[in-house]
Design a protein around this ligand. Structure first.
Ligand SMILES: NC(=O)c1ccc[n+]([C@@H]2O[C@H](COP(=O)([O-])OP(=O)(O)OC[C@H]3O[C@@H](n4cnc5c(N)ncnc54)[C@H](O)[C@@H]3O)[C@@H](O)[C@H]2O)c1
Ligand SMILES: [Zn+2]
Ligand SMILES: [Zn+2]
Length: 404
């Protein structure tokens, strides 16, 4: 079968590899109809995370079950399913408490497993014609409809970015009426904004510098784009909030001046952040950490959903190489802010978000910019990595191999 294989930094190829087979009676084999490229794949693509050449990429997988192992009870050939990017067992201490992101039995070397990902176990990804699904009963979310229908491009986003964006708002404790600032208008930031909307936030600000991405922010009712290439984004948010502070916040004694920022601050960028004053030119891995601590109000909440890896082989300084990032802890502590971080437990949310899609109350596919055959992956990685030419979210369609 054909698969997208990583060879070396900034080089993936589409090549013939062995088709996966059922290895355990609890496995299933999925035939992919859509597999998305993720901002997370780009860290590996660039060589910014340790990775074996030959790894098949793809952790956002949607398709139809080709075959189910003899112990699989609830999934059968022909079922349409989407897979959480986390591979989890469902029965370990962490899975049993809902932390499928930290499964203790599926990754021989650590906690938490995933498809085609650095440090997340020996599993091939789904940017291919087929992928092996361990513990299929637990890891498949069943879907209505048929491959290629009106929900295809929404359902694939249930594998990662929609639940991850939702989780970002959970980590930030977003409630109805809340004020929310999100760094990054990539797929995760946009899905965090959509989730904040769904939860009924009153103000949502989304910071980025890429025009096409800032334009997508406008598609979310009540969300305001903030272009950090035009000036300090924290000051811009303080300024944008002024009318609300004057109208509403001043009604609360003392709140007008002492709470100029937001209650919920989300970092959907991570360590590959551009310096605020050098958009598209110079990276500063601590930039967003400083911004979110500044923007959050006393007693607010900070959510770090963007990735900070423990190792970065191409980091510039020794600290970056060793995953040491500076957080202004003193300021955060003084504000009494909560800080939550880590990988999203997709399974905690995917069923509810699926039902919102089916009910017509969420249409996350507004962020999709490209639908391409598998063969187009090398070119798509190159362009998506530059975040130019409108490459916001690329969906690969193995089932339409060869067609443009
Ligand atoms: N925690 C999880 O479970 C989880 C899951 C999926 C993705 N992620 C991570 O979330 C992050 C975002 O993912 P994505 O797919 O949206 O990636 P992406 O790379 O497409 O988006 C990141 C965006 O951040 C913007 N950006 C860069 N510097 C900035 C700055 N100083 N201020 C504001 N914006 C800035 C970029 O222009 C880009 O649009 C990545 O680090 C990804 O690995 C985490
Ligand atoms: Zn992803
Ligand atoms: Zn487990």
């Amino acid at each position: 079968m054909k698969a997208v294989v990583w060879k070396e930094p900034r080089k993936v190829v589409v090549e013939e590899v062995d088709r996966p087979a059922i290895q355990e009676p609890t496995d299933a084999l999925l035939r992919l109809t859509t597999s998305a490229i993720c901002g997370s794949d780009l860290h590996m693509y660039e060589g910014r995370a340790p990775l074996e050449p030959g790894t098949i990429f793809g952790h956002e997988n949607l398709g139809v079950i080709e075959e189910a192992g003899p112990s699989v009870k609830t999934i059968k050939r022909g079922d349409r399913v989407v897979l959480p990017f986390n591979i989890a067992c469902g029965f370990c201490f962490n899975c049993a408490r809902g932390f499928s992101n930290a499964c203790l039995t599926t990754n021989p070397k650590s906690h938490g497993a995933g498809y085609g990902y650095s440090g997340m176990g020996p599993y091939a990804g789904g940017q291919a014609e087929f992928v092996r699904v361990p513990f299929a009963d637990y890891n498949c979310l069943k879907l209505p409809g048929t491959a290629g229908d009106q929900w295809e491009d929404d359902f694939v986003l249930l594998a990662d970015v929609f639940p991850t964006g939702y989780h970002a708002t959970e980590q930030a404790h977003v409630q109805a009426g809340d004020t929310v600032a999100i760094w990054g208008a990539g797929p995760v930031g946009l899905m965090a904004a959509l989730s904040a909307r769904i939860k009924g936030a009153s103000e949502i600000y989304v910071v980025d510098c890429v025009p096409e991405r800032l334009e997508k922010v406008r598609a979310i009712e009540g969300a305001t784009p903030v272009d950090f290439s035009k000036g300090d984004p924290v000051e811009q948010i303080f300024e944008l909030r002024k009318p609300h502070r004057e109208k509403v916040q001043n009604l609360r004694p003392g709140a007008g001046d002492k709470m100029p920022g937001v209650m919920c601050a989300i970092d959907a960028v991570g360590y590959e952040a551009y310096a605020d004053d050098a958009a598209g030119e110079r990276q500063d891995p601590g930039q967003i950490l400083r911004d979110v601590v500044r923007v959050v109000n006393p007693t607010g909440h900070i959510s770090l959903i963007g990735v900070y890896f423990p190792e970065d082989p191409r980091g510039v300084t020794e600290d970056e190489k060793q995953g040491r990032f500076t957080l202004e802890l003193g300021k955060a502590w003084e504000k009494g802010a909560s800080i939550e971080m880590g990988q999203a437990p997709v399974k905690r949310y995917n069923v509810y978000l699926r039902d919102l899609i089916i009910a017509g109350l969420a249409k996350p596919s507004f962020l999709v910019s490209h639908r391409l055959p598998l063969d187009a992956a090398p070119d798509a990685y190159e362009k998506f990595d530059l975040r130019t030419q409108g490459y916001t979210k690329v969906l690969l369609k193995p089932a339409i191999r060869g067609e443009a």
